[in-house]
Design a protein around this ligand. Structure first.
Ligand code: IVH
Length: 697
């Protein structure tokens, strides 16, 4: 059929009817083709209907309609997206990692529902689509607004881009579809869904882009999200975006709304929305079956042409959903089940190097953030230079990243098919990124080392390790503090941790009296961890907790260990020549010997708590003497003074008595000073104490 003329208002009216009829027919065929995957006419027939509508609309611009099927080709170009306030908050989902979590979730539901309601408890399990959440609004059956989730309160208006997604009905109900023409649209309907891209469409798009030397995407999810947020909807229209809808947010002006989630899905289907038919409903009595279905989601994932991010389990009855309510941002009535989904592809943005505490320099991947098993990953290890060379990993590559258990994520391999020629090979830098000294690679080793003992990054790592839980366990000290104290120059060797100038720290932002006090106590407390922990904390090669324990079971203190020879160490069960060699070479070096001595001088115990402190370890000028401390001392904290007195053989008690040998008094000394005077106990100032100790040495 061809259109030749128009003119009179009657003609216009006829044309209007014709246009309207064509729109309905095309919408119907688009629905048959894109949603039901069951076309009734050939592509050629469809194309001719479409062409006819296009021509009529071009000739009669006054009859244009933002929801005509012709808008699916896009065209509107924005300079930026307008913000949209969501009428209903777009909430997220809590995760259940594994079956245990899932059982706990159900137990909680049962504990929250009244007993007479528990028998009616039922669930719907759906795939968790891995795309971009969208919120779709229909007023009197017309698609009026489409938005991204944003922060859940405010999203971005991406209506023109969404109009290009073929599964999205532009008017509901889709006329004549499935013989349900009698359905009335609600005054307002707000629906939630997910826009996604199929795996094969993603791969072929990337391949074409790579051939043209243009931008590729790291995974289908990023592709979908990126395509939907293009400012030119004409470009979005060329992208193979698809849609699933899965939740009714709001339905106004209907006599009867669906009472359950399962019915909502049917209701959405009846309007012509795309609703995935992999969902299943389970009664609570079928719980074990549900768990089996959910746990085998990997099989479903393999079978489907698009990616899943787990499964969602939802309480079916809306009345129950309402009763269960929310915690924070998550509904109690739904949970996302994830497990074992440990791999993902993403872009390798850069390769950085990190200096470890032994000086080993390891390359690590800087990744475009990607969610793996529910955790966002943006860094991963690349092990060493050989690993990168053997796998031919290049900056800019799309890489497969794996996360297994709690292990640090690793880059498994590059996806070479996705290269577009802009990828760059990487080389280990010649100099240490921290101290700029040349790096060395011993011929028989795969690792590259910074051999500068004074390298700041190495020291930071050493401090981090020294204070960590398995070592000296200094609560309140972590990576940040290690970096801060090394950067500010307070810590130049591990012993300096026990020489921190507490008063000065108050100058540092965020370091108030209380925080410093706590840190000081934690540092003091760590002095009595004992030899095994200290030996671990020194970070000697091959000497972790277990080896340290084996070794220290044979020596009374670290002093004694330092004197041991290779032979006696090798004889210890579980130690052997390699570890023995590492210990001997460590203690042979003067700076290491000095470090141990300084630690001892500062009051760090070199023996395990249940062994006696080695008597010859240091000079004991106050051996057998009892001290009491009172008032504020000019430089030492009370804890430090106590540690010194103890290190020098003395004992510190809390109250003055006839048995007290000395009172160490500072400013604002009160009742203890009075009592000492009464009893004739000698009073020392801090300076006297330090001098007395030195003169005895
Ligand atoms: S229900 C309050 N069902 O997963 C109800 N969400 O972690 C919460 N998602 O971005 C949403 N498939 O959009 C639900 N079948 C499905 C889903 C699904 C994917 C997305 C959701 C959100 C994320 C929540």
């Amino acid at each position: 059929m061809t259109i030749t003329s128009q003119g009179s208002s009657q003609g216009l009216n006829q044309i209007g009817n014709k246009i309207s009829e064509l729109r309905d027919r095309i919408a119907h065929h688009q629905y048959r083709y894109y949603v039901l995957d069951a076309p009734e006419i050939s592509d050629a027939e469809f194309d001719s209907l479409f062409r006819e509508l296009r021509i009529l609309e071009e000739q009669n611009p006054e009859l244009s309609d933002p929801n005509s099927p012709t808008v699916r080709v896009g065209g509107a170009v924005a300079d930026r997206f307008q913000k949209v306030q969501h009428q209903v908050p777009v909430l997220s989902l809590a995760n259940a990692f594994g079956e245990e979590d899932l059982h706990r979730w159900r137990d909680r539901l049962l504990s929250l529902l009244p007993e007479d309601e528990q028998a009616r408890l039922a669930y719907v399990v759906e795939p968790k689509f891995d795309g971009l959440t969208v919120v779709l609004q229909f007023d009197d059956g017309q698609f009026t607004l489409g938005a991204t989730r944003g922060d859940g309160e405010t999203g971005e208006n991406i209506t023109p881009n969404l109009r290009t997604v073929h599964q999205l009905p532009l008017q509901i109900p889709v006329t004549e579809a499935n013989g349900r023409s009698g359905m009335q649209p609600p005054e307002r309907l707000i629906v939630r869904g997910e826009v996604y891209v199929e795996e094969s469409d993603f791969l072929s798009f990337n391949r074409e882009q790579a051939e043209k030397g243009e931008r590729t995407y790291a995974n289908p999810r990023n592709f979908a999200a990126g395509s939907l947020r293009l400012l030119d909807s004409g470009i979005s229209a060329g992208r193979p975006l698809k849609l699933w809808t899965y939740q009714i947010f709001l339905e106004e002006g209907l006599d009867q709304s669906p009472p359950s989630h399962w019915d909502s899905l049917k209701h959405l289907r009846a309007f012509g929305f795309p609703v995935c038919d992999e969902s299943r409903r389970f009664d609570d009595s079928e719980w074990e079956e549900l768990v089996g279905f959910v746990s085998s989601w990997h099989e479903l994932r393999e079978r489907l042409p698009y990616d899943l991010d787990g499964m969602v389990v939802k309480v079916d009855l809306l009345a129950h959903q309402e009763q269960l309510g929310f915690t924070g941002k998550d509904p109690r009535w739904a949970v996302a089940f994830k497990s074992g989904g440990e791999e993902a592809t993403t872009k390798l943005l850069d390769i950085g190097v990190k200096v470890g505490r032994t000086g080993a320099v390891t390359p690590n991947a800087v990744l475009e953030p990607v969610s793996i098993g529910g955790v966002t990953v943006q860094a991963a290890t690349l092990h060493n230079v050989d690993y990168i060379e053997e796998l031919d990993i290049r900056i800019g590559d799309t890489v497969l990243v794996k996360r297994a258990g709690d292990v640090i994520p690793k880059v498994v391999r590059p996806i070479k098919d996705l290269r577009n020629g802009t990828e760059r090979p990487w080389n280990m830098p010649a100099n240490c990124p921290s101290c700029l000294e040349p790096l060395e690679r011993p011929p028989e080793e795969v690792a590259t080392y910074c051999v500068n003992n004074a390298c700041p990054d190495q020291l930071v790592r050493k401090v981090e390790y020294f204070v960590s839980r398995g070592a000296m366990d200094i609560v309140g000290m972590g990576s940040k503090q290690a970096e801060l104290f090394v950067d500010t120059g307070y810590v130049k060797t591990l012993a300096d941790i026990y020489r921190l100038p507490w008063v000065e720290l108050e100058e540092i932002e965020g370091y108030g009296e209380k925080r410093i006090g706590n840190l000081q106590l934690a540092v003091e407390d760590s002095k009595s961890r004992g030899a095994t922990r200290l030996l671990t904390a020194l970070g000697i090669r091959f000497v972790g907790n277990v080896v340290a324990e084996l070794v220290m079971s044979q020596f009374d203190s670290i002093h004694e260990l330092m004197e041991a020879d290779l032979e006696s160490l090798s004889e210890i069960e579980g130690v052997g020549p390699k570890i023995a060699e590492a210990l001997v070479s460590y203690f042979r070096l003067k700076p290491n010997k000095l470090l141990v001595q300084s630690l001892a001088d500062l009051g760090v115990s070199l023996a395990d708590p249940d062994r006696k402190q080695e008597p010859v370890a240091q000079a004991q000028p106050f051996s057998g003497k009892t001290f009491v401390i009172t008032g504020t001392l000019p430089t030492l904290s009370r804890a430090e003074a106590k540690a010194r007195i103890e290190a020098w053989g003395g004992k510190v008690t809390g109250s003055v008595s006839a048995k007290t040998d000395f009172l160490l008094a500072g400013e604002k000394a009160g009742s203890k000073l009075k009592k000492a005077n009464q009893l004739g106990v000698p009073i020392l100032a801090e300076q006297d104490l330090l001098q007395a100790a030195n003169s005895e040495e």
